[in-house]
Design a protein around this ligand. Structure first.
Ligand SMILES: Nc1ncnc2c1ncn2[C@@H]1O[C@H](COP(=O)(O)OP(=O)(O)OP(=O)(O)O)[C@@H](O)[C@H]1O
Length: 261
């Protein structure tokens, strides 16, 4: 499968008063077209920084990244955040259609795509409601529908289910897996949850304590389609859990020592 995102020697340093703080350091990795990749690492190791660089929201200090473009008319990337991803004064339908309208697409196409993704996330009946009338899980569904409806080259997700209760999280994770399997999008997804990474990912990139670099590239060789019950019962998942957990613990300890010195 061809490469979709190629990151080479990417480094980001923030300048704070007279101090320089390196958030991510020398990251080199390639992500293939259609792959679902989870970034896992200790708090503050630079996951969001890396995602924001690839989203074009902040500029790298050195190194480079490239997103392979296939369709001239599609946006390069869409991002889904943990919260505040919806526009409060627009209805559910208008939120999902927002990016498509901004691109000046034909009304018929906007309607067809908006309807399709509203249906996929189970929000057709709520299309005329405003975000304040929705639960947290429903708002995240709106963000996910909008991101996929935009038909971007890649999807960037920063702990999109981090603020949800367990029940809602499981439902949305499985919905996301269905949409991903249908659309074959390339996804880069940040999570703190090893269970979430094992349910969703083809690969887990494990980051070191800050400055963050990629210390392990782990293939999640668990059969698809996956459900939480199947993954939980899979002995391979248990092995991978322990492997990731041990590395994460090591990195957290290193980070603590680094912070106290
Ligand atoms: N705009 C900024 N200016 C200065 N420092 C920043 C800025 N953004 C992030 N940092 C610093 O860079 C480091 C990495 O932050 P980042 O948010 O990328 O980590 P993270 O791995 O996503 O953290 P978490 O898992 O807790 O969300 C942190 O030490 C943070 O304080």
């Amino acid at each position: 499968m061809k490469e979709k995102i190629v990151i080479e020697a990417l480094t980001k340093a923030f300048y704070q008063k007279e101090k320089i703080h390196t958030a991510v350091e020398d990251i080199t990795v390639s992500i293939r077209d259609g792959e679902f990749v989870c970034l896992v690492g200790p708090s503050g190791c630079g996951k969001t920084t890396l995602l924001r660089i690839i989203a074009g929201l902040i500029k790298e200090s050195s190194g480079s990244y490239n997103i392979q473009r296939e369709k001239k008319e599609s946006p390069l990337q869409s991002m889904v955040f943990q919260e505040q991803g919806v526009i409060p004064w627009l209805t559910v339908r208008e939120n999902v259609a927002f990016g498509l309208k901004m691109r000046g697409l034909d009304k018929r196409i906007v309607k067809e795509r908006t309807d399709r993704f509203l249906e996929k996330v189970g929000l057709t009946a709520y299309a005329r409601q405003y975000p304040k009338e929705l639960s947290g899980g429903m708002k995240q569904r709106v963000s996910i529908a909008r991101a996929f409806a935009n038909d971007p080259e890649i999807l960037l997700m920063d702990e999109p289910f981090g603020a949800l209760d367990e029940q809602n999280k499981f439902i949305l994770q499985e919905e996301l897996l269905h949409i991903w399997a249908e659309t074959k999008k390339t996804v880069l997804f940040i999570t703190h949850s090893i269970d979430e990474a094992l349910l969703l990912a083809d690969r887990v990139l494990l980051m070191s304590a800050g400055p963050g670099s990629i210390v392990r590239d782990i293939t999640v060789d668990i059969e698809r389609p996956r459900t939480m019950e199947k993954v939980r019962a899979d002995p391979r998942a248990a092995e991978l859990f322990v492997e990731i957990w041990n590395h994460l613990q090591e990195e957290v300890q290193k980070g603590r020592k680094g912070n106290s010195s």
